[in-house]
Design a protein around this ligand. Structure first.
Ligand code: PGA
Length: 243
């Protein structure tokens, strides 16, 4: 794993945007795996700036998001469809038919998960996957567990994740208890992975991911087995890595 420690959130976002921009320039029809949460907001801002400057063109890009809550109404402001639209999609020219987010309101959630993996395969697999990391070491919504879930699946959210995400909702009771998440195999099959971490509350998870045992109790630790991962973290997230 390549580790880049940068000064702050802004530097992390800019560095990450450089990786994605290079990918789009090298392969305009690339497939991006995208993440939500507070962490990648700055990355999307940088990509929008680069697009507006004419540096990159998303016309032929296909995007697959990592996850979505189960049971939030389609246009809910905290749903990831709204997040992606507001932070990224409405500002760039990714074809709406090439924007994919799991449908957390599908009548048959298992069929939705299977169809999602199939769509990723049909698109040729993910060229570059963006990841954040949860305080509990989750990637996507792959929560600490006794085993790794390979494919896209429905997951019961961890209490820690529910508490962490309560900041986006008016009350903790409003946070959905379930989500659809790409599985670990789906993520690991991406050709390149960029993981972003910012803030001291991520320091323990970052340490576990890089130097802990490979274990489903720290899902991000599986990335130690991927041949092409770049971790970009700010000084605060790297606190435990310093001598
Ligand atoms: P955050 O979430 O970016 O909102 O901290 C990261 C994650 O849970 O993957």
């Amino acid at each position: 794993m390549e580790l880049l420690i940068v000064n702050d959130y802004a530097a992390m976002s800019y560095k990450a945007a450089q990786f994605l921009a290079s990918q789009v320039i090298l392969k305009p029809e690339c497939v991006m795996g995208l993440a939500t949460g507070s962490t990648p907001e700055g990355l999307y801002k940088e990509l929008v700036k680069m697009y507006q400057m004419g540096l990159i063109d998303f016309e032929k890009v296909t995007a697959f998001n990592l996850d979505e809550y189960v049971g939030l109404e389609a246009e809910h402001p905290q749903g990831y469809k709204s997040y992606m639209y507001n932070h990224f999609f409405k500002h760039v020219n990714i074809d709406p038919t090439n924007r994919h987010i799991p449908d957390g309101n599908a009548a048959q959630l298992d069929a939705e998960c299977e169809a999602y993996d199939y769509a990723i395969k049909r698109a040729g697999g993910i060229d570059i996957q963006v990841l954040g990391i949860g305080r509990n070491g989750h990637i996507g919504f792959n929560e600490p567990d006794l085993k790794f879930e390979a494919e896209t699946h429905v997951v019961a959210l961890d209490e820690k994740t529910i508490r962490d995400n309560a900041r986006f909702f008016s009350a903790i009771e409003q946070v959905p208890r379930y989500a659809i998440s790409m599985g670990v195999k789906t993520i690991m099959q991406a050709r390149k992975i960029i993981l972003l971490a910012s803030g001291k509350e991520k320091a323990e998870a970052v340490y576990g991911m890089l130097y802990g045992d490979i274990t489903p109790t720290c899902p991000a630790s599986v990335l130690q087995l991927h041949p092409n991962v770049t971790v970009i973290c700010d000084f605060q997230a790297a606190t435990l890595l310093k001598k």
